[in-house]
Design a protein around this ligand. Structure first.
Ligand code: UDX
Length: 431
């Protein structure tokens, strides 16, 4: 099939490359010439494992091209809208500027019978409104939310655990079946529904995941005043198949370009719909999450004798999670900035996110390596669980620092091993 992908960010670039690798002929469109230039040369404009290989492979086969010119999509049968829906400045609701602009720019180039497929995360009701713009052209709209995780985006796109179509016709459903033929034939569950449900599936899934993380972080807060161990608690409740162990890792909390802004936008939308009370709990979920960042700073302050002022602190991690260079709403970066704001001499390192962090926070000092960050540190704060940090050898690391104090903001180090090497170890929600 011939298809376009409008918006080549974390979602769109991966989607375009994945669709090409499934055999479709794909044109990716973005308004950012630098991004398009990189992608057209077969280079990923951000860190995502597996994406560079996919781009090169499809670039060479001629199945994938990129352009800034929207007119080049005119031949396509299917158009994916994969632009961002960031948090509105000064508010909590989603900013739909890019979605609206993408659809408006498509309108003059839609051939009759074309299918526009919304992938962006939007407030419920958006698809209904966009369909009114699209249908007069003889094209149709479907809503097909995306559940990919950064760091696993290629796999999640090619082998999704479910596919959701919000459609108004059988024809739209059949076109989407053809788009996802490989996954459909492999038996991937497909949920066919209306626009509103399809839009809600995405926000509900993210709200649930955020709730699960904040739930366990709330348990960590209780563990901290009772001497209990939240990691053992998570293991024990996680054995209950109804609960499950995944997304029960207590720590510095969730960040990224999705969960934080999606729960805020979802709540804002519920209020617009006159059902604010239904999602009022998401405010609590957000607050628990943000308190965990402060907790790391408070622990550092307490363990450094009441102040971090002029204390040399190694911050390990800046990305919102490992295997990503994404610093959007990153708890790790927030902790580094908070410590720096209190006068600590922060030396921060991340295997992939330093460049993005430097652009956003030039006031921080960045190290070239974990070892360089650790050198002469009076405290080590681990806030993104990259495997190179998880695998740090406590004995070898002890020789680098000025003081053996480690704050494990992700509960990924073995307390006994670190204590055995003479370290003071502090986790979150651990005795
Ligand atoms: C999320 C959803 O998982 C995905 O389905 C959706 O499409 C987009 O949003 P992503 O933002 O890539 O994906 O990250 P995810 O792996 O879900 O992690 C989100 C945040 O939660 C990270 O900051 C992570 O560190 C944190 N987290 C995750 C925890 O703090 N504890 C956990 O147990 C799991």
């Amino acid at each position: 099939m011939k298809m376009s992908v409008i918006g080549c960010g974390y979602l769109g670039a991966v989607h375009a490359a994945a669709m090409a690798s499934l055999g479709h002929e794909v044109v990716g469109v973005d308004v950012d010439p630098a991004k398009i230039e990189a992608l057209a040369a077969g280079q990923a404009p951000f860190f995502e494992p597996g994406l560079p290989e996919l781009l090169t492979e499809n670039h060479d086969s001629g199945k994938l091209r990129f352009t800034t010119d929207i007119a080049e999509v005119a031949e396509c049968d299917v158009h994916f809208v994969a632009v961002g829906t960031p948090q509105r400045r000064g508010g909590h609701s989603a900013d739909l500027t890019y979605v609206n602009a993408a659809v408006e720019s498509l309108l003059p180039h839609l051939k009759p019978g074309a299918l526009v497929v919304g992938k962006s995360t939007v407030p419920v009701g958006t698809a209904e409104r966009l369909a009114e713009r699209i249908e007069p052209t003889g094209a149709e709209l479907a809503w097909n939310p995306e559940f990919l995780r950064e760091g696993f985006a290629v796999k999640d796109t090619i082998e999704p655990d479910r596919i959701v179509y919000g459609v108004r016709s059988d024809r739209a459903r059949q076109i989407l079946d053809d788009v996802y033929r490989t996954a459909v034939d492999a038996g991937t569950p497909v949920v066919v529904t209306d626009y509103a449900t399809a839009e809600l599936v995405k926000t509900a899934a993210n709200a649930f995941l955020a709730t699960k993380i904040s739930f366990i972080n709330a348990m960590a807060e209780i563990a901290e005043v009772t001497g209990a161990d939240v990691t053992k608690l998570a293991d024990a409740i996680g054995h209950d198949a109804r609960i499950g162990r995944k997304f029960l890792n207590a720590g510095v909390g969730f960040g990224g370009g999705c969960l934080p802004k999606d729960i805020r936008a979802f709540r804002a939308r519920a209020e617009e719909l006159g059902r604010g009370e239904s999602l009022a709990f998401l405010k609590e979920i957000d607050e628990i999450n943000l308190r965990r960042r402060q907790r790391v700073v408070d622990l550092a302050t307490e363990l450094l004798g009441g102040s971090v002022y002029e204390k040399r602190i190694a911050v390990l991690g800046l990305a919102f999670k490992p295997n990503s260079d994404d610093i959007r709403d990153s708890p790790a970066l927030d902790v580094a900035v908070m410590l720096n704001g209190l006068g600590a001499e922060v030396l921060a390192f991340d295997p992939e996110a330093v460049e993005n962090a430097r652009r956003a926070h030039p006031q921080l000092v960045y190290a070239e390596s974990a070892e360089a960050a650790l050198k002469d540190a009076q405290a080590v704060v681990l806030v993104t669980e990259w495997s190179e940090f998880r695998e740090l050898d406590p004995a070898a690391t002890a020789g680098l620092v000025a003081q053996r104090l480690v704050i494990d903001g992700r509960n990924v180090l073995d307390p006994a091993a670190w204590q055995g090497a003479g370290w003071t170890y502090a986790g979150l929600g651990r005795p």
